[in-house]
Design a protein around this ligand. Structure first.
Ligand code: C5P
Length: 208
């Protein structure tokens, strides 16, 4: 079974994906890490996120070993990732890795922006996770501070809104809810309540 989770920045989809995968004994891929890894490769090579050719070259050289780098969670890398991810050739270069991952037994949970629409359109379960931008900014600020990064909530909110807009308006693989995805709004849910709601969605799809 493939479980596709999509949603905007800091909606909690990564934590939810990881917990859901552990619950069912499936493998988990946070696909945002792929774009972050490409952004970091561009930056390490001295390039800028806006340099399309550099982004395409790095995406074509993508190595799964890059995914475990501790700096990928940094905010600056997330911003660069949202710029390189708008390049169609970058998305194309990362497509097969994601589809191959999804196909491996015993099952997989992938989270990102276009999993239910582009990467795995025939996933058995699709969940679109969202939360109010202010709540997402609050969570993201806490997370950054826990990692020792200084973060101001107002700036984090502005950043999240900018990133959402960029992700929604790009021509290829934009952030959008697939018509057959179930909406899960986690604004008023903690992670345990969100997990319970997601498990109910998965179980009801599995029962059909
Ligand atoms: O989810 P995360 O914030 O780590 O993703 C970083 C950036 O990578 C996003 O802002 C988005 O632009 C891009 N991304 C994407 N498609 C995905 C996952 C992430 O375009 N499936």
């Amino acid at each position: 079974m493939i479980i596709a989770i999509d949603g905007p920045a800091a909606s909690g989809k990564g934590t939810l994906g990881r917990r859901l995968a552990a619950h069912y004994g499936y493998r988990h891929l946070d696909t945002g890490l792929l774009y972050r890894a490409v952004a970091k490769a561009v930056s390490d090579a001295g390039g800028r996120a806006e340099d399309r050719e550099a982004a395409i070259a790095c995406a074509r050289k993508f190595d799964p070993a890059w995914l475990s780098h501790p700096d990928l969670g940094k905010d600056g890398i997330g911003n660069m990732a949202s710029i390189v991810s708008a390049v169609p050739e970058v998305r194309e270069a990362l497509l097969n890795f994601q589809r191959d991952f999804a196909r491996q037994p015993p099952g997989a949970v992938l989270d990102g922006r276009d999993i239910g629409t582009v990467i795995c359109p025939s996933a058995e379960v699709k969940i679109f996770v969202t939360a109010a931008p202010e709540e997402r900014a609050r969570r993201r600020t806490l997370e950054l501070r826990q990692r020792g990064e200084p973060a101001q909530e107002a700036e984090v909110l502005a950043d999240i809104l900018r990133r959402d807009e960029r992700d929604r308006s790009r021509a290829v693989g934009p952030l959008m809810q697939a018509p057959d995805a179930q909406l899960l709004d986690t604004t008023c849910l903690d992670i345990e309540a969100a997990l319970a709601a997601a498990v109910r969605i998965v179980n009801s799809r599995r029962a059909r």
